[in-house]
Design a protein around this ligand. Structure first.
Ligand code: F6P
Length: 548
């Protein structure tokens, strides 16, 4: 097997691969109890996974032997766990209320974090009170959060998840990530420039999409405001490059720095979260961080066999590296978690979509499976057919708030019932005999093709994560749960889950192509014939005067 999965479990994996999940229930009456893990109202049910309590226990022991405990301690101690960039991963520190100094690069990081939290809170309060004004003196009533990847997905998910349905105090908020002009233009169309501010969220303050959008926003403001208006007064920057933000023209008192060692996909806990505090209020923002911190303490202290991030990671590793399932489908049964699958895509695939280990050697076996998904019940009318009767088996993770986020408990119960039914149907399926009997009962043809088309093989694994509710604290804990699950998987695959060098090549190749499309430059001599032909075609179309 691999570092993640011990050789001692090789035979077990082969046996379980051909053992129906239904049989696992039949042979162990205590299966549910032994594969259910609870913490502060969270319930993780692994009983419908193709795993046994014994295999999970052996994986826990293996994780210990692989040094997982030392890596967890190093993460919380601010050690350089991001080995390729020689940096710590400081997202847990951002939500830790502790006042004990945490020395990073010789400075007490906790003081900087406290100052940052105070500045975020002050800006958020001022906007919510209508005290923060634009260049013409009008109070800011709308925030446009401009960022991409981790500078967008976390705040977007949190604001969408926790925004009450009814209009309440606080600014309106829009999120713009894509460089496609449709994204920004659509967001700006209904807005009043005089009362609109922009959060430029960019750790590097060099991401092309975000800077192009920020300049377009400034142009939008300049076109609408009086010539004397200082359009930069409408900017707030959240970045690890405050000097770059200052050079861009962001006023000094509107630059909210955060530490270089906070990873982009973990930055919602940093000053990138100023939009969360402005949109939802500082109390909710504090609850979110408190929930994440509570999960941090659980992760740092609970024995592996009772540690939600650890058992979720081990079940994921078992599916991906022992059983060979190369997809992971996340289905939140909550409209409020509509952005969770996309958020987890970046978290998991940018962290663990890697092919070399921490020391640069090729990984043994496979690492992160493809991750995608969508909300329930909508997915039942989109991709669940594939899940139930397709030729590929893909483990599903159901994320289900046990009580209503908001609204009618009866309709919420229908939502939960669908989630539990889908998990049951995936596991147990529907035999040909049952289908034939049902067809006969209904007086319908019972020929082989009619039966075969309706039978569901079942035996398809899933995990159900029940959250106690879906308020700020619970959401904070849920996101931290997935952060730490991802970290554990990375450690056990032997990779560095904190860098993302794979994203650089495409960005680098885009520049000469953009120049060629704009007629400002030539493609490199070595550019492949396909790209060269495509560029020529698009350039011709763009210059043919064809209607948009
Ligand atoms: O996708 C690459 C990446 O660097 C992500 O890790 C990051 O969240 C995103 O781009 C945006 O980067 P920045 O916050 O520096 O603009």
């Amino acid at each position: 097997m691999t570092l993640a999965i011990p050789d001692s479990l090789r035979a077990t994996a082969r046996t379980l691969a051909s053992t129906p999940i239904a049989a696992l229930f039949a042979r162990d009456p205590s299966r549910v109890e032994r594969l259910t893990f609870e913490w502060e109202g969270f319930r993780v049910d692994l009983a419908k996974e193709r795993i046994t309590p014994e295999a999970l226990a052996e994986l826990c022991a293996h994780a210990g032997g692989a040094g997982l405990g030392r890596w967890i301690a190093a993460l919380f101690a601010g050690e350089k766990v991001n080995v390729s960039e020689a940096r710590p991963a400081l997202h847990p520190a951002l939500r830790d209320p502790s006042t004990t100094p945490l020395s990073v690069d010789g400075a007490d990081l906790r003081r900087d974090i406290r100052v940052s939290r105070e500045r975020i809170g002050a800006i958020a309060d001022a906007i919510r009170r209508g005290d923060r004004c634009g260049a013409t003196g009008k109070p800011i009533r709308h925030l446009v959060h401009m960022g991409i990847g981790g500078s967008d997905l976390g705040p977007r998910l949190v604001v969408d998840a926790l925004s009450p349905g009814t209009p309440v105090e606080g600014p309106g908020v829009s999120f713009v990530a894509n460089v496609d002009p449709v994204a920004l233009d659509r967001a700006l169309a209904p807005l009043d420039p005089a009362s609109t501010a922009f959060v430029v969220a960019s750790k590097s303050f060099s991401t092309q999409e975000t800077l192009v959008n920020a300049n377009a926003a400034l142009a939008w403001l300049a076109a609408a405001l009086p010539p004397s208006a200082d359009t930069h007064a409408h900017l707030i920057a959240a970045t690890a490059r405050p000097q770059a933000a200052a050079e861009f023209g962001v006023p000094a008192d509107a630059i909210l720095p955060f530490h270089e060692s906070v990873g982009g996909r973990f930055s919602l806990w940093s000053s990138v979260g100023v939009t969360i505090a402005a949109a939802l209020g500082n109390r909710v923002h504090a609850e979110l961080l408190a929930g994440a911190h509570a999960m941090d303490r659980h992760f740092a202290t609970a024995p592996f066999a009772a540690n939600l991030p650890v058992v979720l990671a081990l079940a994921g590793l078992w599916n991906a590296s022992a059983l060979g399932y190369r997809q992971r489908i996340v289905v939140p049964y909550a409209e409020a978690l509509a952005h969770l699958p996309t958020y987890l895509q970046q978290l998991s695939l940018e962290s663990n979509g890697k092919r070399v280990t921490r020391d640069g050697s090729p990984v043994e076996g496979r690492t992160a499976p493809a991750l995608w998904g969508g909300i329930g019940t909508d997915g039942q009318h989109a991709f669940f057919q594939w899940l139930h009767q397709g030729t590929d088996v893909a483990p599903v993770e159901f994320v289900v708030p046990a009580v209503p986020v908001r609204g009618d408990a009866r309709r919420h119960a229908l939502l939960v019932a669908n989630a539990l039914a889908q998990s049951q149907a995936l596991a147990l399926g529907r035999t040909s005999d049952d289908v034939a009997a049902d067809l006969a009962r209904r007086g319908a043809p019972v020929d082989a093709s009619s039966v075969a088309a309706r039978a569901c093989p079942g035996d398809r694994p899933s995990t159900t994560i029940l959250t106690p509710r879906l308020d700020a604290r619970t959401l904070g804990s849920l996101l931290a749960l997935y952060e730490h699950r991802t970290f554990v998987e990375g450690v056990l695959w032997g990779i560095n889950p904190f860098d993302q060098f794979g994203v650089e090549l495409g960005k680098m190749l885009a520049d000469p192509i953009a120049a060629a499309l704009a007629g400002d430059g030539e493609l490199a001599a070595g550019a492949d014939a396909s790209t060269r032909a495509l560029v020529a075609h698009v350039h011709a179309m763009m210059n043919s005067g064809s209607e948009p």
